[in-house]
Design a protein around this ligand. Sequence first.
Ligand code: PMV
Length: 324
Amino acid sequence: MTSPAATAVAHPNIAFIKYWGNRDDALRIPMNASLSMNLAALSTTTSVEFRCDLQQDDLLIDGQSAAPAALQRVSAFLDIVRERMPEKQHAIIISRNNFPMGAGIASSASAFAALAAAASHAAGLDLDETALSRLARRGSGSACRSIPAGFVEWLPGREDENSYAVSFAPAGHWHLVDLIAVVNRTHKEVGSTAGHALAATSPLQSARVTDCPRRLALCRQAILEKDFAAFAAIVELDSDMMHAVMQTSTPPLLYWEAATVELMHKVRTWRSQGLPVCYTIDAGPNVHILCQQQDVTQVEGQLQQMAAVQAVYRSGAGGGVQLV
Ligand code: PMV
């Protein structure tokens, strides 16, 4: 029998305390806890239909047939859902992003969060938020943080059962804005899955992981107290520590470009001149510039004057995954 299709919408998230390196690569159990905010303005909508007449999974992303590597990753993820289905059927998966895929904005978190919710519902599984977060984690670690709403903490755990994300403040708690300054639209050469596997080769990783509970507690407290100065200091430190690990791995990963470093300097200059702003950078050259709602116009004005900035995407805090 063919079951009805299910559709879900999820937002990507930006980590303020970063996830880098796994205790278990296959299960994506992280070495350290992480903390993030969902991005309301960006979303992925995915529908899944399991059908008895298909010989293999069929994946469409933004109206195009997906590349073999993407299909393979999604099929491997759906196998986890299929293990729990009485009849193992293949699926048609149709996914759309409201932001351009090639814009240099990571979409795997929203992609696997939406896929986890749509596929589990289509399969007739009734998963609570924790179970859904654990499932999304298997597709992309950071996807587990796109399941709960607003400001989210990923409790790292040590095995599958206790590695999932929880919300610690709703989206409306603090009007924080992420301005994503795109300096390069091309796809990164070393993706995060391969990058996580290199983290342990850096002599700095153990120091980063050991100090993580302290940074995370400071960051959570800064968010709960809406203390931007404390937030800025710890968010930049955490991003710089992750990039120090990346840059000292074997082989080394250098995601920064000249324009990335130019933006890092600019943000620090603006802050020293009294503008409350800070940066964080993921596994790519683009810079996430964070500020409070009341300062957005001024920060955006500064960014527009920079020749190196090709585009700016703006988002406040968003909700969790939703079935539609
Ligand atoms: O979920 P992944 O495997 O794409 O890893 C995400 C890694 C970073 O974006 C660099 C950090 C993070 O915590 O989101």
